[in-house]
Design a protein around this ligand. Structure first.
Ligand code: SAM
Length: 313
């Protein structure tokens, strides 16, 4: 694939089609930011699991192990740590890791649970849940008192989900191993998290002289079909007046803005603004929907999309 002379210089081509998709959607400056973000080696980040520990106790364990950290950007700073030099192995060696007192998670992946704000007593569905980072986060934010159903289609990943829930002490979570597109309309929930399977266009990495990603045009078109069916189902089974948080780790409008624009009008649902302060310090890309957000791959954040949707009464 040849790149136009005025486009960011790439040491190795991005996978077939990805560059063209990005160039069609973003201007030259944003494209350069995205490619730079892909090439950045991000520090390890983790979240204190407040079902079992708190920020201070994790900070003490990091200090004891001589692992330096810095606070995460403000909406996440009460629970998240940015590890300065150590890699994941050093964190996995901590007794806090073994005890499920912390969870290795990207900062972008910590945004959806804060956007959906699960509360004690609420019926919450996590539609595409494995390995369970966001399910555990929602359990922690509700102090273990939301009634969470976690759905996962893939058996091996569902096993991983069960393991993580047990390790993290998220005991009030009911796991359903099934295709969430086929959930009976009889179900109803106050809130639904749909962290949809996607092309991964936000999480491309660069290592050993090439870009690492599972992206392909075939995966993109398959993902869009699944995302559309899952979002329709989410809007079908959320209670009137309830909320759906739609997220992907893609920065392509086909999987995000365009999909939402297509699905919402038929579902008596509307986009609502993300909570105040949630995106403070988060690097953003232009988004075609003013209420939603596209996170730019960057020094601390993976590329990500999130939108909060309210179903009409
Ligand atoms: N939310 C997870 C977390 O934070 O750990 C990550 C979810 S990952 C982006 C998407 C998951 O959806 C995958 O585990 C995939 O197996 C699952 N999945 C894909 N299609 C599904 C479907 N139709 N029903 C239920 N789960 C599905």
């Amino acid at each position: 694939m040849a790149y136009p002379a005025n486009e960011p210089e790439l040491p190795q081509p991005l996978p077939d089609g990805l560059y063209d998709k990005l160039a069609a959607q973003y201007g030259h400056e944003d494209l350069a930011r995205i490619v730079e973000g892909y090439r950045t080696v991000r520090p390890v980040t983790l979240r204190a699991n407040t079902l079992k520990a708190d920020h201070a106790s994790i900070a003490a364990q990091l200090q004891e192990a001589h692992i330096e950290w810095q606070p995460a950007p403000s909406p996440l700073d009460s629970e998240a740590f940015v590890i300065c030099q150590a890699r994941e192995d050093a964190i996995r060696a901590l007794s806090a890791y073994e005890a499920g007192e912390l969870y290795l998670q990207s900062l972008s992946a910590m945004l959806p649970a804060h956007a959906l704000k699960p509360r004690a007593g609420e019926n919450v569905l996590d539609m595409a849940a494995a390995p369970g980072g966001k399910t555990c986060h929602m359990a922690a934010l509700s102090q273990g008192a939301a009634l969470i159903t976690a759905c996962e289609k893939n058996h091996v990943r569902a096993e991983r989900l069960r393991y993580n829930l047990a390790k993290q002490g998220a005991s009030r979570v009911n796991v359903m191993e099934c295709d969430a597109r086929k959930l009976d309309s009889f179900f109803s929930f106050d809130k639904v998290l749909l962290d949809a399977p996607c092309s991964g266009s936000g999480t491309v990495r660069y290592a050993d002289g090439s870009f690492k990603t599972g992206f392909s045009l075939e995966l993109l078109s398959r993902s869009v079909k699944t995302q559309q069916a899952l979002l329709r189902k989410a809007l079908d089974i959320v209670n009137p007046g309830g909320f759906v948080l739609y997220a992907t780790c893609s920065i392509l409008a086909e999987e995000n803005e365009e999909l939402i624009r297509r699905v919402l009008p038929k579902a008596r649902a509307e986009l609502v603004p993300l909570p105040d302060g949630l995106l403070e310090g988060v690097p953003l890309l232009p988004c075609q929907l003013p209420e939603a957000a596209v996170v730019c791959p960057s020094e601390y954040f993976e590329g990500f999309f999130l939108a909060l949707i309210k179903k009409g009464r």
